[in-house]
Design a protein around this ligand. Sequence first.
Ligand code: DSN
Length: 407
Amino acid sequence: MFKTTRELDNLLKKHESYRAGCLNLIASENYASEKVRSYLAGDFGNRYGCYATMHPEEREYTGNKFIHEFEMGTHELVKEIFHAKYVDLRPIGGHMAGMSVVLGMLEPGDLVIEVSLSDWGHGLVGPMCEVRHFDETIQVEYMAFDENRGVDGEKLKMQAKKLKPKMIIFGGSGTLFFEPIKEFRGIADQEGIILAYDASHVTGLIASGMFPNPLEEGADIMFGSTHKSFPGPQGGFVVSNDQDLIEKVGNTLSPTLVTSHHLNRLPALAASILEMKEFGKEYGAQVVKNSKALAKALDGIGFKVLGKGRGFTDSHLLLVDLGEHVTGAPAKELEKANILCSDDFSGSNPEVRIGTPEVTRKGMKEKEMQEIATFFKRALIDQEDPEKLKRDVEAFSRQFIGCEYAY
Ligand code: DSN
């Protein structure tokens, strides 16, 4: 138990020093600039700004004059970067945003097709169905992937015609290549299917133009988070060009799922969007170049990098099958040497997910990706003593103290 705030400060300092000596390759994390972080400690974090959906100007609490101005100004920025007419920023994370889309649009008994956890899905509807209330009202099936880790569009079309889902959710936590949304617009119109896009991982790639905009490709609605490939504060969003859909989502969100929507995220998000408008193109391009360079280097060393037939990856991450090299959970092994990445969340594949957003923000480029690949070799092929390797990883990581593509 803590007795003084000095103990809190000391522990936080330890954490910060430890993380500065780690090589962070967790694809769902990023490094927000000091400017963005500074807004999180403001007065907004103690205020309530709830409102009835579609009526943000009539706030339920008093004292919201400038909060309203901030929220509407941030809405405009989000609408601009995603070319959307409507936005809701009340979800405090991507998962809540996804739940509001699913619960707001389905009727009891409806079926959703999403990416399964064993294919690096986000784990939205599948895990929801482990809660009895949802299991009794929502059905879930999963889309198939091809040998290069792209969505198998032909199989999904057959599945959609046979099973008649109410919703298909594209996107997940291991997206290597953009999904074939365009091909599904016709079927969606014929069968009355809502096409949703979970952009949690690729928000920064969409905003920087490295990934197509799902709304322009035919998605009815897009939701996600603002802190993965997008280097903003933790938080969620929903956007659409359809007023009816956004209204249904909003009515589901509030007041059922959220009343305090963590207003201090808003200035931080606005600042990170302004950064992305200025530096996003360069940042997004370097993130993808780094992923491709790291994938190629790991493949050259002898690792089995997925998606080889399509050039390994077009995104901020790569997937490596480590079945030949390790028996347990690879990310846990790598953590011993201060290398942070993610194990397969379903626990069924010996795969590791490696992301490049944070190292890119720290200023690393293709040259550093070669060095990172050798750390993987030393850890997993040469089975070097993790303590010894950790010293080199730390020394390497501590050289990158800045924050690029930021104010
Ligand atoms: N789905 C988890 C991830 O990708 O790391 C958290 O959002």
